[in-house]
Design a protein around this ligand. Structure first.
Ligand code: GSH
Length: 235
């Protein structure tokens, strides 16, 4: 196996997605924390990317979390995170794309509204301009997320896994992408300091209606994460 290094933003759901897949495949990898704003120019120059995570294999850029998960599945097919059966496989991809390319970015816009209100600078302005925040886009994002959460909560209330009877990348990815919407999993599963915890999650994250979704995510973490998530320095 190549020498692997993950450049990550610890609290980001996309970084957690890549970490979880690496851990699931049982590979050893080094971790390096990325600092928003300060490290961006160097990141662009070295990788051509403007976001993390970025996985490097023997120094070569594999790419973002999508590329990293594809690469891992090809290099280490077992234990599988993608079903072989074509319909199930397509369903897993559909969940992943919805959660990581639409829902989490929409949740991030809502989160940016909160960062702006609390004057968390320069991060609020950095994320607002980088991810095209406007009040209108954040409001639209909020509506998109609300509808998704309502149906997802009903879907998981009756079944353990999103696709078929096994843990797949659909469960892994959706569980990660719920971070900006529900906040982080409990501290014994995911170490995050209390100040940072308050920055994640929608204003209604504590609503009783979302309790089954919190419970589903916690169960998925407990059954399949394999370890308590901790920052790189303490790992
Ligand atoms: N398509 C990318 C998305 C990653 C992404 O959006 N990362 C954000 C997380 S907030 C990031 O690196 N932000 C740091 C910054 O914008 O400075 C992936 O799947 O890895």
């Amino acid at each position: 196996m190549a020498d692997l290094e993950l450049l990550e933003l610890y609290v980001s759901p996309w970084s957690e997605r890549a970490r979880w897949a690496l851990d699931w495949k049982g590979v050893r990898y080094a971790r390096r924390e990325y600092l928003p704003i300060a490290d961006e120019e160097e990141l662009r120059q070295k990788t051509g990317l403007s976001t993390v995570p970025v996985l490097f294999a023997d120094g070569a850029v594999i790419g973002d979390s999508n590329a990293a998960l594809e690469w891992l599945e090809e290099k280490i097919p077992e234990p599988a995170l993608l079903p072989r059966e074509p319909r199930a496989r397509a369903q897993v991809r559909a969940w992943e794309i919805a959660a990581s390319e639409a829902i989490a970015p929409a949740g991030r816009l809502v989160m940016i509204t909160g960062l702006r209100k609390r004057g968390i600078e320069p991060l609020a302005s950095h994320f607002a301009s980088k991810y095209g925040w406007t009040e209108q886009r954040a409001a639209e994002g909020g509506r998109l997320v609300d509808g998704f959460l309502r149906d997802l909560t009903r879907a998981v209330a009756g079944s353990r896994y999103l696709v078929g009877e096994q843990f797949t990348r659909a469960d892994l990815t959706v569980a990660c992408m719920l971070g900006p919407l529900l906040g982080f999993p409990p501290d014994d599963l995911f170490e995050v300091d209390p100040g940072m915890r308050t920055m994640f999650g929608l204003p209604n994250k504590g609503d009783a209606a979302l309790a089954p979704l919190h419970a589903w995510r916690e169960a998925i973490y407990r059954a399949h994460r394999g370890r308590r998530v901790t920052p790189a320095v303490a790992a």
